[in-house]
Design a protein around this ligand. Structure first.
Ligand SMILES: [Zn+2]
Length: 150
């Protein structure tokens, strides 16, 4: 993991922080008031976003999964997921919360199904940015075939 101030980030990274923060304003979190936004950059020009949606009794969707689902439901996602490896070309995932919390375990597993282990995952509070790879967050994912055993 490495840390930067948001103002030190590249233009693209700052744009993703901005989009993630903007997406967090769409969160539905009446109980916790803990809004989260995610901005997902694929290897093309598009940026997909998501916000957390809280539903009682364990049905909450995190912003990260909503962003990935928005890719899956898009025309590009429909095309990408028809490939054998199921990868979506995810390059960056920026997650904005008031405390720059890292992604939960369910999201780490969810990401691992659609992203390479070198996916750059940034958690930010809008001031600081904490960079990790998916492999750092989730070093031993459940996958159909382990990359080093093929
Ligand atoms: Zn999560």
């Amino acid at each position: 993991m490495f840390t930067h101030k948001v103002v030190e980030l590249s233009y693209l990274e700052q744009q993703l922080v901005y989009e993630a923060k903007r997406a967090s304003k769409k969160a539905y979190c009446p109980a916790s008031k803990y809004s989260v936004g995610a901005a997902l950059k694929l290897d093309g020009p598009e940026i997909f976003t998501g916000a957390n949606i809280e539903v009682p009794c364990g049905q909450t969707l995190c912003a990260e999964r909503v962003a990935i689902i928005s890719v899956l439901m898009s025309p590009k996602g429909m095309m990408l997921r028809s490939k054998d490896d199921g990868q979506l070309g995810m390059m960056w995932l920026v997650v904005y919360t008031k405390d720059a919390a890292p992604s939960c375990g369910i999201c780490r597993h969810f990401m691992s199904q659609f992203a390479p282990l070198d996916l750059r995952v940034v958690s930010t509070d809008g001031v600081m940015a904490y960079h990790r790879t998916l492999k750092e967050l989730y070093p031993y994912p459940f996958v159909r075939v382990y990359p080093d055993s093929a």
